[in-house]
Design a protein around this ligand. Structure first.
Ligand code: HEM
Ligand code: HEM
Length: 169
């Protein structure tokens, strides 16, 4: 099997995206579910909104690279399923980003550098998109868990997939 499935840029962007998405999922659900102070919640929300906006061009670049350099999945059912799941991860990530922007009930503050206008002023629609954002995040969390379990399973049965996502092979 060809070893260079992903370009170095794709590998780099995979780990950058993985780090950000895991952080945003864990911190987002933590402040939602745990009993934290309003100040801490606002700090994390502000940081995550800023980082999420910066992540949008990173995700766009990553998607563009995948479209231009689609990894060839084999014909075996397992490989086909992996291909579909990877595409679903991209689609759900895009939905999380879109619903995140649309749910904003205040201007979008990117650190102290940039303020974008609130996209939807109707509080009822903001609330609907917040519900969608939470739902898409649950789905993304489940997909990521499945994804990591699949990597562990493949490694455990002697199919080295992790090295595909390393720059040095
Ligand atoms: C991959 C990107 C993202 C991930 C993984 C993510 C994850 C989460 C999670 C897990 C929550 C907690 C559940 C909830 O309250 O709905 C949350 C809440 C939130 N997200 Fe996102 N999000 C992302 C992108 C965005 C974007 C692009 C924005 C807006 C620019 C945004 C704005 C918010 C806001 C305002 C909250 C509610 C915070 C609060 O008031 O407690 N998110 N996000
Ligand atoms: C620490 C956790 C993670 C590990 C160990 C991991 C590992 C891997 C590996 C080994 C591959 C190559 C699979 C193959 O082609 O056979 C891969 C691909 C992929 N991973 Fe992860 N990953 C992790 C986290 C994430 C997260 C958080 C996301 C995003 C939500 C993600 C999204 C993807 C996608 C979409 C692909 C398909 C390749 C592409 O971008 O075109 N991964 N991952």
């Amino acid at each position: 099997m060809a070893s260079k499935i992903y370009s170095p840029a794709q590998v780099l962007l995979h780990w950058l995206s993985a780090a950000f998405i895991l952080w945003a999922l864990v911190m987002g659900f933590s402040v939602m579910l745990l009993d934290v102070t309003p100040g801490f919640k606002a700090t994390i929300a502000g940081l995550n909104v800023s980082l999420s906006i910066l992540f949008i061009p990173v995700f766009a670049l990553r998607t563009w690279l995948r479209l231009g350099h689609v990894r060839r999945y084999g014909h075996r059912p397992g490989e086909q399923v992996a291909g579909v799941i990877h595409n679903v991860i991209y689609a759900v990530t895009a939905l999380v980003l879109l619903t995140g922007v649309l749910m904003m009930d205040r201007p979008i503050q990117v650190f102290d550098w940039l303020t974008l206008p609130q996209p939807i002023l109707d509080p009822e629609w903001d609330h609907r998109f917040h519900t969608l954002h939470a739902g898409c995040n649950v789905l993304l969390g489940l997909l990521v868990a499945l994804h990591v379990l699949a990597v562990v399973k493949h490694e455990a049965v002697g199919k080295p997939v992790l090295r595909r996502m390393l720059v040095t092979r």
